[in-house]
Design a protein. Structure first.
Length: 293
């Protein structure tokens, strides 16, 4: 591939696009944020004035957008699908509802456009390091065409099944992530309240039956782990507002499938309260604040 279009240059999208650029592939870039566009321009990407202009002379299009509405608006309401060359592979990496993913993919199929829903796991750090996990729904033959790009941005790719399956798997994953982050923050706080050093307690639990990703890679207690948002005033990372969005989507999925998810609902309530307190733009590990303040 010689040139890729990238729409959505936020905390995740910009480093993902940057890694493609570093691999020697040109980038046509667009975002509604002026600041994001300036950063893309500084990195050497070819910034465009509209989403339509991103489609000029590209081999693939990647989108990393904030929600259902943004995806539907750009592909359907603004009819970007109607402008896409049939030779272009579309990799839609936003985390959205499976229903919207299926709806957009169905319209793409009518136009003979290859489209994958490919949400990611690994956070901002994974996006920066190129170690993301892609969870892909769609045609497995289309995945073969997209694989070289996915391997630049990540180190693992899982084929989940037909269109929408990538989103189902991602929402299951993020609901579990929220649950064990809440549990991790809660137990560390209990230990600290009883005189434990949070670093020592974390190391004990990390190497015991309570071990989990939040303890091992993303400790929520300030000062315990370097280079995580908790040790940087919870700045950057995966925002509370986005975690709440995903938990709402997960609850919708549970309701539609009549699945019993009491822990998922409780995690959503805890993140709703955190957002209501004005912490929506902090990293999701700031749930620790709910147990310390």
């Amino acid at each position: 591939m010689k040139r890729v279009g990238f729409i959505g240059l936020g905390n995740m999208g910009l480093p993902m696009a940057s890694n493609i650029l570093k691999a020697g592939i040109e980038i046509n870039a667009f975002d509604l944020s002026v600041d994001a566009m300036l950063k893309a321009d500084e990195l050497g990407m070819k910034t465009k004035n509209t989403a339509s202009e991103v489609l000029e002379n590209i081999d693939a299009l990647i989108t990393m957008l904030p929600n259902d509405m943004a995806v539907e608006n750009i592909f359907l309401k603004e009819n970007l699908l109607g402008e896409i060359n049939k030779d272009i592979i579309v990799i839609e990496s936003s985390t959205i509802s499976p229903q919207v993913a299926k709806k957009v993919s169905k319209e793409a199929a009518k136009m003979d456009i290859a489209m994958l829903d490919a949400p990611v796991s690994g956070g901002v750090k994974g996006a920066e390091l190129g170690t993301l996990t892609f969870i892909v729904g769609g045609n497995d033959e289309h995945l073969k065409k997209a694989t070289p790009l996915l391997e630049i941005m990540g180190d693992k790719t899982f084929y989940a099944g037909p269109s929408g399956s990538g989103q189902v798997a991602k929402l299951c994953n993020n609901m579990l992530l929220a649950i064990h982050m809440c549990g991790t923050a809660e137990t560390i706080a209990m230990g600290v309240n009883n005189g434990m050093d949070p670093a020592i307690l974390s190391e004990i639990m990390k190497n015991s039956s309570g071990g989990n990703w939040s303890l091992e890679k993303y400790n929520p207690f300030p000062g315990v782990m370097d280079e995580v948002p908790a040790s940087n005033n919870y700045s950057g990372g995966f925002l509370n507002s986005l975690m709440l969005k995903d938990l709402n989507l997960a609850e919708e999925l549970a309701t539609q499938s009549e699945s019993n998810t009491p822990l998922g609902k409780l995690a959503k309530e805890l993140y709703q309260e955190l957002n209501n307190q004005g912490f929506e733009n902090l990293d999701f590990s700031s749930i620790q604040k709910s147990y310390l303040d």
